[in-house]
Structures are given as C-alpha cells and as structure tokens.
Design a protein around this ligand. Structure first.
Ligand SMILES: Nc1ncnc2c1ncn2[C@@H]1O[C@H](COP(=O)(O)OP(=O)(O)OP(=O)(O)O)[C@@H](O)[C@H]1O
Ligand SMILES: [Mg+2]
Length: 443
C-alpha cells in the first residue's frame, strides 16, 4: 500500500492564520516561507491539530479578532477528508464513499512524531537510538548483546584483578632449587635408628654379661683365698674349683675377644637427617605452594583471555546485527546505545543532518504515514535543501516545512496570515475564494 500524503489543505482562523490554501507536492519538500510572525508555524500547528487529535489543539486555537471559529480541511491521498469546524471545532472524518469515521482511523496512518518532529529531536540520545533499533527490529537482540557484553566485561575485570593478585602472590613466594620435589618422610630413618638402637642394646647386654663374669671370677678368687686356709681339707674341692677357674678364665678370654670385636654404630647422621627434615620439608612445602600459586595465576589468565574472546564475539555480533539491519539512512547506525550518523553522535551532528536523520527515522516508524512536518528549515543552505529534497523524493516522502525566507526556494509565502498572491476572502468571511491559485512545491 502506498503511504498516505496530504493532497490539499485549507485553514481559516487558526492562530495567526487568516485564510490559507495549500496543495503540497506529493513527494519532496513544500516550503512554507515568509518573514517572522506571519503564520508559518501556525500552518503546521493546524495540520497537527487536524490529523493528530485533541492533544494537538492549540491553547488559543481561534485567531484573535476573528468572530468566525477555526475551519480546517485536509484532503488525504487515500480520499479521506478531515475537517474541524463549528463552535467546538469538532472532528469530522469522511471516507470517499461518504461514510463517517474518526480519530482512530487517522491514527492508523498518522505518525505522531511526523507531526511533532521536535519531540523526537529533543528526546535523549538513548531514546533516539532505541527508536531506531525498534524500527529495524533489533532493539531486543542488541540490548541482550549489550547486557551480555557488560556482564562479561565486569566479570573479566574481576578475573583480571584476581589474576594480577595471584601472579604477584606467586612471584613473591620463595623457591628452593636444591630440595626434592616431594615431601620427605622421617619414618624410614626412625625405623633404621630403632634397629641400630636394638642392636646396640644387644651389645650392651653382652657387655653386662662380661661384667657379670668378671664379678663371678672375682668372687671365685676370693673363695679360693678363703679356701686356701682350708686347703688341706678342701684339696679335692680346690682342684674342682681350679678347673672351674680355668674354665672361667677361658670363658673370659672368649668373652673378651667377642667384646673386643664389638663395634657400636653411630646414629649421629640419622639424627642430623631427622633434624634436617623439618627444614627440607618447609622448603618443599614452599615450592609446592609456589607451584600452586603459579598454576592459579595461569588459570586466571586463561580465564581472562577466554572472557576477552567472548567480549569480542559479543561486539562482533552487535556489529553484524547492525550491518545486516535495514537502516533508514546509509551511514546511520547505533554505537554504545547512541545514534551515530556519518561517524558523528547527535550532539556533534549539524542541524541539517539532525533534521535528515530525524525525518528518516520517523518515516520508518509508520510506513503508512507519507508526510512529515518540519519547522524552521532555515538551517539548511540551498545545496543541502536541494539534496534533502532529492532524498525525500527517493523515499516517496512528503515534507511540509517552514523557513524564514521569501526566496525562490519557497513554495508559498505566508504574509499576515494569508498566502501571498492568493486571493483573500473578505476578512472574517468563512467562504473560500472560488478560484484559488494554490502553489505547489518546487523541490
Ligand atoms: N490565536 C492567535 N491569534 C492571533 N495571533 C496569534 C494567535 N496565536 C499566536 N499568535 C501570534 O502569531 C505569531 C506567531 O505565529 P507563527 O508562529 O505562525 O509565526 P511564524 O511565521 O512561524 O514566525 P517565526 O518565523 O518567528 O517562527 C505570534 O506573534 C503570536 O503571538
Ligand atoms: Mg515559526
């Protein structure tokens, strides 16, 4: 379906307007020119009121000094006739078959922002970007990606901080290159020590035995001395004892030899080793701690790199989303939630670029709406105006604009509430002239 345009416009006694008839160009720019305070903006206000509904009713709609109430008539390209007249300026919408209709039907093809472009232009950068994203149908996906990217970035920041701390901690740990890789167990050494102690105990018993034998020998010798006195009586006993004595001497020799061969093993080395173990293990534990800390730091670094990759992916997905989207203007995009045109953010765009961007976006908001109202087009120079007109043509868009100028670029000039050159009806007379000379747009 073709988008709907304004074919004809008749306004009487609205604000500054006395009587104005305009037949705007179907496509491109229709410039309503004139000096200040002549009623240019009143023309746009009247259109907004006629098509937009009660909320666009001017605070002082009826022209001061007029005894006749406002009279508005807009003929749309789909044949609808929209009128406001009578004491209450009530709305009357008539379709080509003569059926009556109302505001609801108008709302289907009248884009609110097309009537009130400044409302769009004054919205925040984020709101403008949201509007654009809504139009191209990627708003939800993009905000999803942005949320994801933010979460990933915040997570990565935390991980990065931890990675730094862990690395620092690992670097600060002491390292001992000259100890075994694993903790040393003292139990083996203790077992060896106990074996030696057991053997030494056995030796001690043998020494004790020698001492006992020596003591026995001494007792026998004493007895012999005593028995010497009784030798005669006890000769036989003495002989036996002599044998015993000899035997004892021989035993003593044997025992002496055995004892002479005995050699005690030293446990000093083991004791030293046991003492060392604690120190060694302290170092081994330190080395293990350092390895663990380094491993920790490495893992966080890896996690950081993985998050970086994910953030890049999310950013790329955002770019792809916008690259593949059907944008209303070439070089118009969204970056970091802000509108960007030709690489510039809104606050850095020229006035004419802002108008162009706004018009393009509003045009896409409701494709059924084929017109847009633009106040104060002074900021466009002739070349920009020409280019803008061409672009509007291309888009099949009708723009009704005002401009403080009485130059050739203007389609009509408003002067004291009338269209210059147009026949005036008698003041305060409601009837329109019979043969109007409506001018049409030049762009
Ligand atoms: N109901 C009204 N009756 C008579 N004059 C009115 C009424 N409402 C506003 N005006 C006057 O109309 C003038 C503004 O009209 P309008 O805004 O249409 O002019 P303009 O041509 O757009 O001017 P500018 O070039 O300064 O934007 C003001 O002087 C204002 O006081
Ligand atoms: Mg104005």
């Amino acid at each position: 379906m073709d988008s709907i345009k304004i074919n004809k416009l008749e306004i009487e006694n609205v604000k500054r307007i006395k009587a104005v008839k305009i037949e705007p160009s179907r496509d491109g720019l229709t410039i309503v020119g004139g000096n200040n305070n002549q009623g240019k903006t009143s023309v746009l206000d009247s259109i907004a009121w006629a098509l937009g509904g009660e909320k666009y009713r001017p605070s002082q709609a009826v022209r001061e000094g007029s005894v006749i109430p406002p009279n508005l008539k807009v003929v749309m390209s789909n044949g609808l006739v929209v009128e406001r007249k009578g004491k209450n300026s009530s709305l009357k919408v008539t379709d080509p078959d003569g059926n009556k209709s109302g505001q609801q039907l108008l709302n289907e093809f009248v884009e609110q922002l097309a009537l009130d472009l400044p409302k769009f232009m004054e919205s925040s950068g984020k709101e403008k970007a949201q509007t654009l994203l809504k139009i191209i149908g990627v708003g939800d996906q993009l905000s999803c990606l942005e949320t994801k990217e933010k979460e990933l970035s915040s997570h990565r920041r935390t991980i990065g901080q931890i990675a730094d701390q862990k690395k620092k901690f690992a670097d600060e740990q002491a390292y001992y290159p000259d100890v075994p890789d694993e903790l040393v167990s003292p139990s083996e050494l203790i077992r060896k020590q106990q074996e030696i102690l057991a053997r030494n105990g056995e030796n001690q018993r043998k020494r004790d035995r020698l001492n006992e034998i020596t003591a026995g020998k001494r007792r026998i010798f004493d007895d012999m001395n005593r028995i010497d006195d009784q030798i005669a009586d006890l000769q036989a006993r003495k002989d036996r004892m002599k044998q015993e004595y000899d035997q004892a001497v021989s035993d003593e020799e044997t025992a002496k030899k055995t004892v002479a061969e005995l050699q005690d093993e030293s446990t000093a080395e083991l004791e030293a080793s046991i003492a060392d173990i604690e120190e060694i293990n302290r170092k081994v534990r330190a080395n293990l701690d350092k390895e663990k800390a380094e491993d920790d730091a490495r893992q966080y670094l890896e996690q950081y790199a993985s998050l970086t990759k994910q953030i890049e992916d999310a950013r790329q997905a955002k770019k792809d989303l916008l690259v593949n989207a059907d944008l209303p203007l070439p070089e118009l995009s969204v970056k970091d939630g802000e509108l960007v045109y030709k690489g510039q953010m809104w606050d850095n765009m020229s006035g004419s670029d802002r108008l162009k961007v706004s018009t393009a976006i509003v045009r896409k908001l409701n494709p059924k709406c084929g017109f847009v109202l633009l106040d104060k087009l002074e900021q466009m120079d002739m070349q920009t105006l020409n280019e803008f007109g061409k672009w509007l043509h291309q888009e099949g868009l009708q723009a009704i604009a005002t401009r403080v100028s009485v130059g050739d670029e203007c389609s009509i000039i408003i002067e004291d509430g009338y269209v210059k050159g147009q026949e005036h009806p008698a003041e305060d007379v409601q009837e329109a002239p019979k043969t109007p000379s409506w001018k049409v747009g030049k762009f």
